[in-house]
Ligand binder design. Sequence first.
Ligand code: GN1
Ligand code: MG
Length: 401
Amino acid sequence: MSASAAPTAPEAAGAAARDLVAIAEGFALPAPVAAVEPLGQGNVNDTYLVSLRGEGQPRFVLQRLNTRVFRRPELVMGNISAVCRHVGQRLDQEPAQPGRLAWQVPQVVPARGSSTPWLVRGEAFWRTLSFIEDSCSHETITDLEHAREIGYGLGRFHSLISDLPAAELADTLEGFHITPAYLADYERVLAKSTAGRSAEAEQCIAFVEQRQGLAPVLEQARAAGRLQLRPIHGDPKINNLLMASGAGRGVAAGSGNRAGSGQAIALVDLDTVKPGLVHYDIGDCLRSACNRLGEETRDWQAVTFDLELAEALLEGYLGQARAFLTPDDFAHIADAIRLIPFELGLRFLTDHLAGDVYFKVSHPGHNLERALVQFQLTRSIEAQLPAIQAIVERLQAEVAP
Ligand code: GN1
Ligand code: MG
């Protein structure tokens, strides 16, 4: 192709937008597609919001699954369908929770003229889910009430899937949240990365070195039979919890809150739903919500773990989850709160050293900055570990099952 025949940036963008519309049209949507726009801040998949022509049409979420990460995407879809079906049945059977908006589950959309809910175009694997309207999500926590709702949302989700046998879900991401496996990966990558490393990278390497012994704490408890595999979300970070925006639909009787605004109503991004330990979810939710600066801050030195937010979040969580947690589960919550930010920092650091091959980055050094944030958060958690343990023990005694 001659240089003059190469598409200009706007032409290429226009063609890409038309391609996206054509892909969205490949799903059994109730009306023609009007627009497809980027949605959210995912680090792994590409996500778009699909709007349809005509007034009052629902919107949809179109996603291209990253098949370098999710190597068996059809199994991911199987897990999502199983969980959505199960939660749907549970919701149909249970009475409404007084004062609460109905909990919502995204619906999987079938491909047009196909029995499967996905489309393969070249190398790309696409799927579409319903969009939860009248909701919003946040990158950082707003206040204590928000923290309590985030905890409620995770507890509600866990409680709704607590009677789904883990064996009914496929292991779609082997090694996900298995900290010793991430440590082994890191060591392999580190051994190969000899090129000049920044002072910050060296600081992170030293941080990991001092905490090697921490890595197996949850896996050892699992191997010893103290913790069991259950269905989990896998990625319940703050922006995956949708809060009612108060824009419509009303609220169940008994609420003092007119539109139920701010209530957690859904936990989305279900790609990582699979068997795991609820502790991975608890740790991930707290590391994400109790860092007021958010995981993308560049001001990593200022990062702290906010104990007050943690207490509110755990209170919200245990109000829903208390009934199915065992004493051994409680005994490992503080470990999980410390471990999961360490693990995520390790994953970011490994990716930085490997040349940014897993997480999307917006600039060189992005993964290193993210690692610094998670390690600073881990430091702050370590300094407050006795207080965290005391909160867990108090709530274990106080929150009635
Ligand atoms: C990734 O792509 P996203 O933002 O949903 C990652 C999570 C991390 C998170 C950190 C499959 O999730 O484990 O906690 O980034 N997902 C996968 O922001 O690795
Ligand atoms: Mg995710």
